[in-house]
Ligand binder design. Structure first.
Ligand code: ADP
Ligand code: MG
Length: 327
């Protein structure tokens, strides 16, 4: 069991950013409206996520750290979980196998909760405590008992970069959730959680970037598009500022990127890239889950329809700048 957890940990927990991803996605799944992430030393010393979500019942806290113990029903949202994790109910035991975890959670507003401390997969302490409604997960000394893995960690700046990039994208995916990110005491991100994606763009990329965005909104019978693409005055030298959200989850998609750039590059230089935050909505049956387990890649049915929709939507908004009607 311990060994199984460590093997699983090798697949799920690649670096601090993987822990952040699992903890934050659990908070999102728990319906949190505020999610605060505190990290120290690129996440190698501390990763703490505090959410105001549904919390965990006291008698279920220990269970949450056992393999394949998931409270989540199989739903379309699970397709994403399967795609990102490979298995369900695997994240917490995997993380706990390679770190020191403290979990404090309460499902009620009466100030009573439950705390569990677990180190290298072994429970050290548990019992009732005072706690706010929601969940606080602290992961300390990641990979302390797997020195080979620890050796693979890059610089603090690199690990922080991965965490920060993930937080930016999850915040762009969930404009209705207020996120904060603090590293070694410095606040690096704060989103207002109003539901307005343009405000998240302002928080992530700056207010001047937010002022240089066109809204995109288009639909076919199968797909809807909603989001923003930067105006021609705000081009970038790489494609790292393209965030794609599908049915509320941040994903990667070669097809969507290609369609976006196809549309973009008919009007703008091919060595320049846009800033994009685009949400694509569709019936879950149009999503293919047979994808790479460690990445968040998905495939779509009716690809030509989606591709054409995206390309045309991009050309249409950018074309306003290009094709000024003759007087
Ligand atoms: P999964 O997310 O696939 O169910 P995890 O190992 O990530 O598996 O979590 C196990 C269980 O612990 C979840 O199903 C959920 O019931 C509970 N849990 C974990 N984190 C939270 C949280 N922040 N808020 C509420 N419940 C949580
Ligand atoms: Mg999870």
């Amino acid at each position: 069991e311990q060994l199984a957890n460590q093997i699983a940990a090798g697949e799920v927990v690649e670096r601090p950013a993987s822990v952040v991803k699992e903890l934050v996605e659990n908070a999102v799944d728990a319906g949190a409206t505020t999610i605060d992430l505190t990290i120290e030393e690129g996440g190698l010393n501390l990763i703490r996520v505090i959410d105001n979500g549904s919390g965990i019942q006291p008698e279920e806290v220990e269970l949450a750290f056992q393999r394949h113990a998931t409270s989540k029903l199989l739903s379309s949202a699970d397709l994403f979980r399967i795609a990102s994790l490979g298995f369900r109910g695997e994240a917490l035991p995997s993380i706990a196998a390679v770190s020191r975890v403290e979990c404090i959670s309460s499902p009620t507003a009466d100030g009573l909760g439950y705390r569990l401390a677990i180190e290298g997969g072994t429970i050290k302490q548990q019992g009732p405590v005072n706690a706010q409604q929601g969940t606080e997960m602290s992961v300390r000394d990641l990979f302390y008992n797997t020195p080979a893995r620890l050796k693979y960690m890059k610089s603090i700046q690199t690990e922080l970069g991965h965490i920060s990039d993930y937080m930016n994208r999850i915040a762009l995916a969930h404009p209705g959730i207020a996120f904060t990110l603090r590293h070694n005491g410095n606040e690096l991100l704060r989103t207002p959680g109003t539901g307005d994606r343009l405000q998240v763009i302002a928080a992530v990329y700056g207010t001047s970037a937010a002022k240089a965005m066109y809204p995109i909104s288009a639909e076919t019978p199968d797909y809807t598009l909603n989001g923003y693409i930067s105006k021609p005055e705000l081009t970038r030298a790489n494609r790292n500022a393209i965030t794609i959200v599908v049915n509320g989850r941040y994903i990667r998609s070669f097809l969507v990127n290609q369609a976006l750039l196809q549309g973009y590059h008919t009007l703008l230089p091919i060595n320049r890239y846009p800033l994009v935050a685009l949400e694509i909505g569709m019936h879950p049956s149009l999503l293919d889950v047979n994808v790479h387990p460690s990445k968040m890649e998905v495939r779509f049915s009716k690809e030509p329809e989606l591709r054409a929709l995206i390309e045309e939507a991009v050309r249409k908004v950018l074309g306003r700048d290009r094709y000024i009607p003759e007087p």
